[in-house]
Write a protein that binds this ligand. Structure first.
Ligand SMILES: [Zn+2]
Length: 293
């Protein structure tokens, strides 16, 4: 059987209007068809200004998100490094993370639970419930939340779908990603959440309101997806000496080289070209991912 890839998971997630929104009935979507459509049509792959201008605070590529990008640089990035330091302080856990790909699912689960508990503690938010859902599903992981209810939301992992992933670090990268969504969701509700709290709030809303209209790059440029993909890729990448395969995990702006440098550094790119030309410059830098597998 052909292994599913995470770009398929990502594309399926955006087709389902994002990993943050339940869309009953939409699970029947054929992921292969979704992928083929996006890869065959540049409009379904690259970022679209006309779409993103409908919710400019929600997208990392828009000038209105400039303050949010700055807060990711100044506060979220150091918190990711603090998480890495905290995992490394626990020598047993650090070794289990480094060899995560060789563990059975039953042995992976307690490692995932320890890492995401540290993630919430070190990055400063309340840990969401983590549910392991047996049975078939088309996506490997999900963040479930309700804006009307608030709180932490809930992270769901689907082991049957995770078992189909080609990369055996995927479960850990996705768990860190989904738990970040809980932290973002909590910040979006905070009175003193700052520009980033407002940006995340706009992103969760846009994910719902622009359902079905987002291209692949629009989806992974939503502030919440951009930052969650960065967190999963950077934290697990660093802790595994860059063995974890991030190539299908979000846009190049959320992926890193073996030195831990972002493949597209949006903050630096914005400083170079100016916030008003960021989307155009980003699309140009995304061409290798469109041309790739
Ligand atoms: Zn996500």
């Amino acid at each position: 059987m052909k292994k599913t890839s995470l770009v398929m998971a990502t594309l399926a997630a955006f087709a389902l209007s994002g990993c943050g929104i339940h869309a009953p009935g939409a699970m029947a979507l054929q992921r292969a068809a979704v992928v083929a459509t996006a890869k065959a049509d540049p409009a379904r792959f690259f970022a679209n200004s006309a779409i993103e201008r409908q919710a400019p605070e929600a997208f990392a590529l828009q000038p209105e998100a400039h303050d949010s990008l700055q807060e990711i640089e100044s506060s979220v990035k150091p918190a990711r490094d603090a998480l890495i330091t905290a995992v490394r302080k626990d020598k047993v856990l650090a070794a289990q993370v480094a060899g995560f790909d060789k563990l059975s699912w039953d042995a992976q689960v307690p490692v995932i639970k320890q890492v995401v508990a540290l993630e919430a503690k070190v990055m400063g938010f309340q840990a969401p419930p983590l549910v392991i859902q047996e049975g078939p599903n088309q996506i490997p992981s999900f963040f479930e939340f309700d804006v009307a209810v608030g709180g932490t939301g809930k992270v769901i992992l689907y082991p049957a779908s995770i078992a189909q992933e080609a990369d055996k670090f995927a479960a850990l990268m996705l768990a860190v990603h989904e738990v970040r969504h809980s932290g973002q969701f909590q910040l979006s509700q905070a009175r003193n959440g700052g520009a980033l709290g407002r940006g995340f709030k706009a992103a969760f809303k846009a994910q719902h309101d622009l359902k079905g209209k987002l291209s692949f790059c629009d989806f992974c440029s939503l502030l919440n997806e951009y930052e969650a993909f960065q967190a999963g890729n950077y934290v697990v990448g660093t802790l595994t000496n860059w063995q974890a395969d991030q190539r299908d995990m979000g846009c190049l702006s959320s992926q890193y080289d073996a030195k831990g440098q972002a493949k597209i550094d949006l903050w630096k790119l914005s400083a170079q070209v100016g916030p008003a030309k960021l989307l155009e410059a980003f699309n140009d830098a995304e061409k290798p991912q469109f041309g790739g597998r």
